[in-house]
Design a protein around this ligand. Structure first.
Ligand code: NAD
Ligand code: MG
Length: 388
């Protein structure tokens, strides 16, 4: 701990939905936290604003064209500015922080997170793609370095919270809840015409564009099944998905005596972020409280995996393992990007992912280099399908 006994936080992806909400939590507890590192890919304006407000030791701007501008804006504050391919890993290698909030979106979050784990830093993990791609390697490295990986994803935070005090007890299964997204109940004849702006309207959560599309296709829940497998050391048959449109029950754990614990609350990502920052403690906040007298219906139903085929593809990847989740993830990142740029339709996302899973060579026991190679191959293949 620092001399001040404040927890020194490094936010990787500070300009995103999770990053900005993490800064709100940090701002509310100036005696507990200080900001050590902030990173952004393109949003130089917000990064500068955040840096001037929170005075970190260092920032990273991914887009090299914006480096000079950021550097000159932060000159008077003595804040180090980094850019370039290895910048994220370089700052993840610093000694001067206690916890990384991994809030970069996609595969890009893997390398800096691995570096932080190698350094023995605690991780508050929002970036689920890191575990989808290389969960075996990340979790093994975390065990070797005695690094806590505390989930920020609301479902996994819920499960993590349900497991407090249960270390001796076996999990029979977990029940991951899914809101169902904006197209719950819709069929392919509707989905075929869906456009970017429809998919970006999530009923309960306000999130970055990629995860919002993933929530609309149910790929997000598939990625979360794989994330849960690694976080909680589960087999595929222990992971169940149930649609719960109200997003009040954030997920559940069923134990061997049939008893089920659920973690509940209003949908607000600041709550799992705060819990990850303060674990094992809970600290008071003034966020709105769930009022059950005003929420008369909590409903649960089966996911429609025949319509939302991304979820069934992710289940296949979960079942088969190896580099298949990595291939699924890479193809999905490209396909979602293409959809957001109006190059392909909503249902084409599934077609791209499925073709990549059928085409890229399967590796049963990949090493880290294999994951990087499979990611690259799947990206190139998916890009050729969407004519990038
Ligand atoms: P976002 O798009 O709002 O923000 C992404 C952040 O990552 C930005 O700061 C951006 O600058 C940075 N970034 C993007 N591409 C990058 C690259 N190639 N290299 C380095 N940095 C890059 O995304 P988000 O919604 O905040 O999600 C972040 C992660 O958290 C995702 O993995 C998502 O699945 C997960 N998550 C988000 C939510 C949510 O409510 N937003 C909930 C659960 C999990
Ligand atoms: Mg989630």
């Amino acid at each position: 701990m620092a001399e001040s006994h404040k927890k020194r936080i490094a936010i990787f992806g500070s300009t995103g939905s999770i990053g900005t909400q993490a800064l709100k939590v940090i701002e509310a507890y100036p005696d507990l936290f200080e900001v050590e590192i902030l990173t952004a890919q393109t949003n130089d304006k917000l990064l500068i604003e955040q840096a001037l407000k929170f005075s970190p030791n260092a920032v990273v701007i991914g887009d090299e064209k914006k480096y000079e501008g950021v550097k000159s804006a932060l000159l008077s504050k003595d804040i180090k500015v980094f850019t370039g391919n290895t910048a994220l890993e370089e700052v993840a290698d610093f000694d001067t922080y206690d916890m990384m909030i991994a809030a970069i979106v996609g595969f890009a979050g893997l390398k800096p997170t691995l570096k932080a784990v190698e350094k023995g830093k605690a991780i508050a993990l929002a970036n689920k793609e890191t575990l989808v791609v290389a969960g075996d390697i990340v979790m093994q490295l975390a065990v070797e370095n005695r690094v806590p990986i505390i989930p920020v994803d609301s479902e996994h935070s819920a499960i993590f919270q349900c497991l407090v005090g249960e270390t001796r007890n076996k999990i029979e299964k977990i029940i991951l809840t899914a809101s169902g997204g904006p197209f719950l109940g819709k069929k392919p004849n509707f989905l075929v015409n869906v456009k970017r702006h429809h998919a970006l309207q999530h009923p309960n959560w306000n999130m970055g564009a990629k995860i919002t599309v993933d929530s609309a296709t149910l790929m997000n829940k598939g990625l979360e099944m794989i994330e849960a497998k690694w976080l909680f050391n589960l087999t595929p048959d222990q992971i169940e998905v149930v649609i719960h449109p109200q997003s009040i029950v954030h997920s559940m754990v069923q134990f061997e005596d049939g008893s089920i614990k659920a973690q509940m609350g209003l949908p607000d990502m600041k709550l799992p972020i705060q819990y990850a920052l303060t674990f094992p403690h809970r600290i008071k906040n003034d966020s709105p409280r769930a009022e059950f007298r005003k929420i008369p219906n909590l409903t649960f139903e089966q996911p429609d995996i025949k319509t939302f085929r991304n979820l069934s593809l992710a289940m296949q990847a979960l079942e088969k393992g190896g580099n298949l989740p990595c291939i699924l993830n890479a193809a999905n990142e490209i396909a979602v990007w293409a959809f957001l740029n109006n190059r392909i339709g909503f249902l084409d996302i599934t077609a791209v992912v499925e073709k990549a899973m059928q085409t890229i060579t399967y590796i049963e026991k990949p090493n880290l280099a294999d994951y990087f190679e499979s990611d690259g191959e799947a990206r190139n293949f998916a890009a050729s399908l969407v004519k990038m």
